[in-house]
Ligand binder design. Structure first.
Ligand SMILES: [Zn+2]
Length: 173
């Protein structure tokens, strides 16, 4: 009796374990959707779909900046529903959102550029890890890393990796 019941449950499990799922449309389109995208998943997919496939369709920053990126995307869409994205990444501790507008109106083009600049500057006040208020910081490495990170996340990084981030103090003018 006991062994027979065991056989049945094994059979049931065997039925459940089918073949691996075929790759989805997004995967086929070469998109790397961040696993921690959460509520921002659809907007991030829309952003990724605007990157020409040969550029590499990924977002190279941590999840703390996703709300900022999605808000910027919404503002750009209002100006130009057909705008194109080339790259979204972190560089020297701030956001780089490389995008091009398809509109001819110079005033709208200027507004487009200004939105990018504002978002990039604002990113140096938002923790790239957790989205809380933060400061642009530098690490204690011999070749220092720049990262906009809050005190709590910096403590976690220090505990896990030994890398210590301190707020970046701009040189006196
Ligand atoms: Zn943080």
């Amino acid at each position: 009796m006991t062994s027979r019941a065991g056989d049945e449950s094994t059979t049931a499990e065997g039925v459940g374990a089918g073949q691996p799922a075929p790759p989805g449309d997004l995967e086929l389109a070469g998109m790397e959707i961040p696993e921690d995208a959460g509520d921002h998943r659809d907007a991030l997919i829309d952003i990724l779909s605007r990157i020409p496939p040969h550029w590499g369709r990924w977002i190279d920053c941590e999840a703390g900046w996703f709300p900022l990126i999605v808000e910027l995307h919404g503002q750009l869409l209002e100006l130009d529903p057909n705008y194109v994205v080339r790259q979204v990444k972190e560089k020297f501790g701030s956001l780089r959102y490389y995008a091009g507008s398809s509109i001819a109106d110079p005033v709208a083009q200027q507004r487009f550029s200004t939105l990018l600049e504002i978002a990039e500057r604002f990113s140096t006040t938002v923790c790239e890890v957790c989205a809380n208020p933060a400061r642009l910081s530098v690490s204690n490495d011999s070749e220092p890393w720049h990262k906009t990170i809050c005190t709590t996340c910096a403590q976690n990084v220090a505990a896990n990796t030994g890398r210590v981030f301190r707020p970046h103090v701009p040189p006196p003018r």
